[in-house]
Ligand binder design. Structure first.
Ligand code: SF4
Ligand code: SF4
Length: 229
């Protein structure tokens, strides 16, 4: 999932200055799960902005909506006409969702209310951690399912570095050394050879960006369906 966190309220307030009709738009998938940009967070931010505007004697109409995904046109289209009735969209989606909204509502601005942090997992109640940097050439199979790129602050492929102490990372004693975890798991999996071998530098050319992906079979099937009608 994409993990995000809400920007400080003052920053949000400044970013919507001057707009008289504002739609706060939540996203019901990743940022909803990480409690940053779902329906409840839309409600809370709308109340805070209404209160701040009242105190500042500002007359701003604030609308609220949450759709399943802001990174997918299919979910935006049903609310597009309604969204175009506002003079700005304050999006509580990740950066991808904000950009999709910005493209679809142009020239109406889509303004981000969140900071997009990382691709990660839920570790427990209210805790998430980064697990992947979307490098475009996954090597998890070699490292016991623990990513040395995302989970080691030095992203080293041949570790651990000299600073690992008692299973903790030298950059932060509260953080597990990713390489200690990798080594322990590979031993348990009877794959110590993976630790001993020297891995060449990663070819980051596969991390092309801006990246795109096309499922040719899907596109072909869609085209065939259109032509058969
Ligand atoms: S190796 Fe690359 S794709 Fe795989 S988890 Fe790590 S960063 Fe993500
Ligand atoms: S101590 Fe471990 S996790 Fe920290 S930088 Fe060194 S190898 Fe990476």
């Amino acid at each position: 999932m994409i993990v995000g966190e809400r920007k400080p309220f003052e920053e949000i307030k400044d970013s919507v200055q001057g707009h008289k009709k504002l739609l706060i738009l939540g996203c019901g998938t990743c940022v909803s799960v990480c409690m940053a940009g779902g329906e409840k967070e839309v409600e809370l931010l709308a109340s805070q902005l209404r209160m701040a505007n009242k105190l500042d004697n500002k007359d701003v109409e604030i609308g609220e909506a949450t759709i399943q995904r802001q990174c997918d046109k299919e979910y935006i289209e049903p609310i597009l006409e309604m969204a175009r009735g506002y003079d700005a969209i304050l999006s509580m989606a990740c950066g991808a969702g904000v950009q999709m909204m910005a493209d679809l509502v142009e020239p109406i601005p889509a303004i981000p209310a969140l900071n997009t942090r990382f691709i990660g997992v839920a570790e427990g109640e209210g805790r998430w951690s980064e697990k992947c940097r979307a490098c475009g050439n996954c090597v998890l199979g070699e490292y016991g399912g623990i990513c040395p790129i995302a989970r080691c602050p030095k992203s080293i492929l041949n570790g651990p570095c000299g600073g690992s102490q008692g299973g903790k990372c030298e950059t932060d004693p509260n953080r597990d050394c990713a390489w200690a975890l990798i080594c322990e798991r590979l031993v348990r999996q009877d794959k110590v050879d993976n630790i001993i071998k020297i891995t060449p530098p990663k070819d980051f050319r596969s991390q092309d960006f801006p990246a795109t992906q096309v499922n040719e079979d899907y596109v072909k099937a869609e085209m065939e369906e259109v032509h058969s009608q």
